[in-house]
Structure formats: C-alpha cells, structure tokens
Design a protein around this ligand. Structure first.
Ligand SMILES: [Zn+2]
Length: 498
C-alpha cells in the first residue's frame, strides 16, 4: 500500500511534468495556451487531465456491433488518497520556480536545471499527505489511535510504527486548565498540530516523518539570554577530518572533542563487495533484485550511523553552550577535490551546520558564522601571527613567533571563539532582529592587526622557538550517552581503517 502511494506520487510528478513539457512545446509551436507553472496551476491542470479522455477511456462493444466510447478518466484514481497527486504537483511547482529563479537571477552556487523525470528504482520512494479535518472534529492524520505505537493516515489506515509516540501524543492532547475566575476545568486547544506526514523508504524500511507545529521549549530548557548580568563566552567549533569537531573557548580551553564514526570509511569494503556482486548478476533477475536490496540496506545503515552521530554532536553542543561560532566552509567547493571528497562527504559538515542552526533556535543558543576569509587554522591563537602554509598532515600548530605548540584543531577552534568575542562582544539585541554578520569591512570583519610570518628564505635554517604547552582542558564533554553506553562514537583502539 505504501509502495503503491509512492508510485502514484512518482506518476503524478511525471505526468505534471509531461503537461508542462507539452504546453511548452505547444507554446513554441505558436499556440497561446497557458503553461502551468505554479503548484496551484499544476494541481488544476492535473485534475482536469485525470478526468479527461487521454487519462483513460473504455470502448464498449454492443452485440449488434456498435462501439461506444466511455470516458472514464484515470481508472484507479480513487484507490489512493487524492492528496498524493496534489503534493506531487506542489513539489514540481517548487522545482519549476527554483529553476526559473536560478535562470533569471545571477545567484551563486549550484545551478538548478530543468526538473527531470522520476524513475522507479532511481528516485527516492516517498509521498506526502497533508493533515486536514475529516468529517466532524477529527484530523485525517492521527497518532496512537488503536495502538499506542501507530499512525493513522488517510486512505491507508492505521500503520504500526517502531518508535514510541507518547511525547507526541502528549503534545497533541487538549490541555485541561482551571479557569482563573470560576475555578472550573476548561479544555484548551492542544499545544501542537500535525501539518503533514511524509512517508519514505530508506533501504528496505519505511519511515513516516510528521511535520509538527509546536510551541517553543519551556524557558527552563532554553538558555538564558546573554546580558551583562549573564556574560558568557563564545565557543568556537572547528570541523575537521581527523577529529570530526573540536570545541574550544577563546582562552584556548578545549571543551569538546568528537571523533567521527566514519561510517562509510569503515564499511567501504563491504559496499564495494556488495556493489560488485550486484553488478555481476543478470539484469532484471531475482538475484539482481536481491543484491540491490542488500546494497541499499548497507547504504541506509551507513546513513543511519552518520545521522545518529550528527544528532548527538549537534544536540550536545547546542544544549551545553549558549554562544557558538562556526566557520563558514565552502563544502561544495572542497568536495571537488577528488582525493578528499569521500572523507568530507562522510563527515557531513554541512549537515552538522544545518542541524546546529535549527537546534540553536530551539534552545536559544546564539550561533554566529565566521567570516569565510578568516584563516582560523593558520593563525596563532596566542600571538595572532598568520602562517604562510599549513599542510593537511600537520596535526600540531607550531608558531614561529611565540613558540606556541598546540593541537591544530584546538588552535582553530580557539581562534574562532576569539573572533566571535571580538566581533560580537555585546549581547545582541534580539528585538532588532539580530546583528548583521559576514558584512565585509563592516561589523563582523576582522579588524585586529595581523602580523604575517615571513617566509623562510631558501637554505636558511628555521628558528627553533621555545615551545610551551598549554594546560589541560578544564572540562571535557563526555562522549558516552547518559546511559553510560558507548554510542556511535569511535572507540580509541577500536576497529579502524587499515
Ligand atoms: Zn604565536
């Protein structure tokens, strides 16, 4: 049933795209027919099409030889929820508007092409259903009806789910309050509302994600606003390949270090073996289907490990610190490096930034993004001297100016925190919509005098500075979960890449 809905969603998307392509071709041929472009137009165009003759017709031959034609429209359209059609049309509308926006404006970044056809086995199997009022007071999407761990979807029915739904059910329940005047219990509206449900397949499992409109967290769970009475320093986060993320304060204290589980790197041999096996099978055979299923399950597992780890890191960072500074990385540009692309993709830096951004809003954490051209890795945290060169293999930062010896990532994180302290010294005025960051030359630009290390002349021996080690970190985030179990973090000395 779920697979059928996913197929219908794909069909509706492709059919809407067909309508657009045909209308464009007709327009080029001189017709003045309107091309459906927005989601709303596409829904109307698709609805007109699905009842038309071209969607389905039936020829009835009578015994006397006369043949009559009956227009039936899309024969199976009542077997699935009509919302699947509409949401697919809305998706195509979004794709088309992104395409036309990219064409007209000179925006930077990845180019958007014309929407492509969805193909079975190639695209993500998914569909979306909106939550509407059914007859009476009931919503179409309900949670915990029949069984506590279940979700009820329109036209599909009640589906058992794996996870506990208690917290969501509590949010969706009407709340009883005592009326201040009469003292009588009054039922208030529920605190949250489900907007839509997206059902998708990853590997061989189906997932339902509910889009929920919920109130802010309770004030006790959120960070206090940063004021003069509650001063708190910034924590810089440096993302790297060797250590996934290192957090440090402006005084150089390391407050967190996260080792990535590197899920792809650890199971690449298995992925290779499975894909080789899949490619050796006969196309369209049962063996091919089974091998592909195994491979996709392995990929889904890798993605699960990565996602779990990222959620733990971002959640811990946002809940422990109330002011964070992140460097601005051009990840898409770095990914063009063939040698590094796999490692960087495995680390999922952009996803960490995305999760930090939305979770920071939940917990009231202030998140600033550092200027892209601030050389956080090459700058000495102690004296501010900027190194000319810093190779990827150099794991320790050795300053030629002051003789500082410090871990590379810790130095970068401390630099980021110090940058944020300099540029965002006062607590921001939240009423004024926050402060402008990344403004070149203006607020947020680095104004400190920077001394640049002179490049050593050829043949001249490098000066041997007297190095001093920094003290140990005061407080290190635990890398085990509250339950004391080792989670997705990589154990020292555990299985690793040869
Ligand atoms: Zn220095």
């Amino acid at each position: 049933m779920l697979a059928r809905h996913a197929g219908v969603s794909r069909f509706a998307y492709n059919q809407c795209l067909r309508l657009v392509v045909d209308a464009l071709a007709a327009k080029r041929a001189g017709s003045d027919a309107k091309v459906p472009w927005s989601g709303f137009d596409l829904i109307n165009a698709f609805n007109a099409w699905k009842r038309s003759e071209s969607a389905g017709r039936l020829f009835v031959a009578a015994p006397n030889g006369t043949v009559t034609k009956q227009v039936t429209g899309l024969g199976w359209r009542h077997e699935v929820s009509a919302q699947v059609f509409e949401e697919a049309a809305v998706d195509l509308g979004r794709a088309l508007s992104a395409y036309s926006h990219a064409k007209t404006s000179n925006r930077k970044g990845r180019r958007f092409g014309f929407p492509r056809w969805k193909r079975k086995g190639r695209c993500r199997d998914s569909f979306r259903l909106r939550n509407k009022h059914a007859t009476g007071d009931k919503f179409l999407i309900r949670v915990g009806e029949g069984h506590p761990r279940s979700v009820t979807l329109p036209a599909i029915g009640t589906v058992r789910v794996h996870d506990d739904t208690r917290r969501l059910r509590r949010l969706l329940r009407p709340v009883a309050h005592l009326h201040p005047d009469t003292g009588q219990p009054v039922m208030m509206a529920p605190r949250a509302r489900i907007l839509s449900a997206t059902v998708s397949r990853h590997g061989s499992r189906w997932y339902v994600s509910l889009n929920v409109l919920a109130p802010d967290f309770h004030a006790e769970r959120r960070h206090l606003p940063c004021t003069a009475a509650n001063p708190s320093g910034f924590v810089g986060i440096d993302r790297g390949v060797t250590a996934f993320a290192v957090a440090a304060t402006a005084d150089g204290t390391e407050v967190g270090r996260f080792e990535s589980p590197m899920p792809l790197r650890r199971s690449i041999l298995r992925v290779r073996r499975l894909s080789r096996r899949a490619s050796l099978t006969k196309p369209r055979s049962r063996n091919r289907a089974r091998a592909t299923r195994r491979l996709s399950r392995q990929h889904a597992r890798i993605a699960d490990v990565r996602r779990h780890f990222l959620h733990e890191v971002s959640g811990q960072l946002v809940q422990t610190h109330d002011r964070l500074c992140l460097e601005d990385l051009a990840v898409a540009n770095l990914m063009t490096n063939r040698r590094l692309a796999r490692v960087i993709g495995d680390a999922a830096w952009s996803e960490l930034a995305r999760q930090l951004t939305y979770k920071a809003a939940w917990f009231g954490t202030e998140l600033v993004v550092c200027d892209r051209w601030f050389a956080s890795t090459k700058t000495c945290w102690w004296c501010g001297m900027v190194k000319q060169q810093m190779g990827l293999a150099e794991r320790t930062f050795r300053c030629a100016g002051c003789g500082l010896v410090i871990d590379r990532d810790r130095n970068a994180a401390a630099n980021l925190a110090a940058w944020a302290e300099r540029s965002h010294a006062q607590a921001p005025d939240r009423q004024a919509g926050g402060r402008v960051i990344k403004a070149p030359g203006g607020e947020g630009a680095d104004r400190r005098l920077v001394t640049v290390e002179p490049a050593p002349a050829k043949g001249e021996p490098k000066p041997m500075p007297q190095w001093h080690e920094l003290g140990h970190p005061r407080r290190v985030l635990s890398t085990t979960s509250p339950r004391g179990r080792l989670t997705g973090f990589r154990r020292p000395g555990g299985p690793c890449w040869p």
